[in-house]
Design a binder for this molecule. Structure first.
Ligand code: PLP
Length: 398
């Protein structure tokens, strides 16, 4: 039988090094890492006839996410961004209201709120965690309360596999009755204060995009301990259909359900999460050992309240202490066929948010200037990692 479609195979993390003109293969930042179980799960799903974004497969995926995270209520969704969007909707965000988030994050954290007409306020992160600074938050909440201008939501971010100081943040927000929507898209499998990332927030958003620690080939989830919020999100995700034999709508919704086909892939991947966390942490430790003693080189710290998945290993390079510049390092790696990326450019420095209110931002700006994310895929081999370390060490010999 001829295949209907034939695609070149992408660089697969677990496949043996492919020979190329230069005898080296490209090393990617965080490529998908398949388990081998995906095909069986897909086959079973197709055989069952359940392929739509509804039915038992997305439900089984939501239940598995609940088991992993400890959240009792989970909506399976088309993306992490969709989860954040629905989070803002079920919190009742309205045009003109403020949403507060950390400066150092991906634009998807705040984009849906801005598209809904909200005003973002960007708060700096701490040097010890790279996540939202609770002291700044405390001060700003008190100020906003005096102005009677509290935000509709505070959205802390779990960065690169590491949880924010969520217990402290939720306690501060509870004082003023401000709900917390935790962007845990990068931190499935992470632990904070003895709980899974996002636990304790009113809502938490997760992502199963191709670059995340496990993937559904695209997907997301919104989770809560409040059933009413997740019921409302599920209603909106399926075009807000009211119970009636005809199509009846009291509000407009979205087509944000997760396809059964993707949910099947996600289910196979979720089973491998503990192994993926262990692999990413081992990669971090090999970088730490291999790059030890280089002047001006540091690593993203892991604060005492949590256990990071080390989804991405992030280093800092301080030229004033004898390190090469971040861009010099990135370019040297790129020339050797190795993908590395600067730490997120702070949102307060993005042209689209010029003039948006912000609180501090110097820490995030410094991390952007000095921070570099290294290849961290769970299928990265020791030999590949040796190549990355060799290129970096070479910059000090220089
Ligand atoms: C990946 C990511 C998202 C969005 O998830 P998608 O599934 O790609 O929509 C949101 N926030 C952060 C911090 C992310 O890294």
């Amino acid at each position: 039988m001829t295949p209907l479609l034939a695609f070149p195979r992408p660089a697969r993390a677990e496949s043996p090094p492919a020979a190329s003109l230069h005898g080296t293969e490209r090393i990617l930042l965080s490529p998908p890492h398949l388990t081998g179980g995906e095909l069986a799960a897909l086959g079973a799903t197709l055989d069952s006839g359940w392929v739509a974004p509804a039915g038992p497969v997305p439900e089984a995926f939501a239940e598995a996410i609940g088991t992993v995270t400890g959240f009792p209520f989970v909506a399976p969704l088309a993306s992490g961004t969709a989860a954040l969007h629905l989070g803002y909707r079920v919190l009742g965000l309205e045009r003109g209201e403020e949403v507060w988030t950390a400066s150092l994050t991906y634009i998807a954290t705040i984009a849906p709120a801005v598209q809904m007409g909200a005003t973002p306020r960007f708060l700096d992160v701490t040097p010890g965690s790279w996540t939202l600074d609770p002291d700044l938050l405390e001060r700003e909440l008190a100020r906003a309360a005096r102005r009677r201008a509290l935000p509709r939501a505070v959205v802390p971010v779990d960065l690169f596999g590491q949880s924010c100081e969520l217990d402290t943040i939720t306690a501060l927000c509870d004082r003023w009755g401000v709900p917390v929507l935790c962007d845990s898209a990068e931190s499935l499998g992470a632990v904070q204060h003895g709980k899974h990332a996002g636990r304790g927030a009113r809502l938490a958003a997760f992502s199963f995009n191709g670059n995340k620690i496990v993937t559904a080939g695209g997907g997301g989830a919104l989770a809560s301990e409040d059933k009413a919020l997740i019921d409302a999100a599920r209603h909106l995700a399926a075009q807000a259909k009211e119970p009636a034999p005809h199509y009846q709508h009291a509000t407009t919704g979205f087509s944000y359900g997760l396809s059964s086909i993707l949910a099947a892939v996600g289910l196979a991947q979720l089973a491998a999460l503990p192994a993926r966390v262990a692999a990413r942490r081992a990669i971090f430790e090999r970088y730490q050992a291999g790059l030890a003693g280089l002047p001006g080189l540091g690593f993203m710290p892991e604060p005492g309240w949590g256990r990071s998945t080390r989804w991405l290993t992030a280093i800092t390079l301080d030229p004033k202490s004898g390190a090469p510049g971040r861009e010099a390092a990135r370019r040297a790696l790129a020339a050797a066929g190795i993908e590395a990326r600067p730490v997120w450019k702070p949102l307060h420095r993005q042209p689209v948010f010029r003039g948006a209110p912000r609180v501090g931002g110097a820490v995030a700006a410094r991390l952007f200037a000095t921070g570099l994310c290294l290849p961290s895929g769970s299928g990265l081999t020791p030999a590949q990692q040796h190549r990355v370390i060799g290129v970096l060490r070479g910059l000090w010999r220089g």
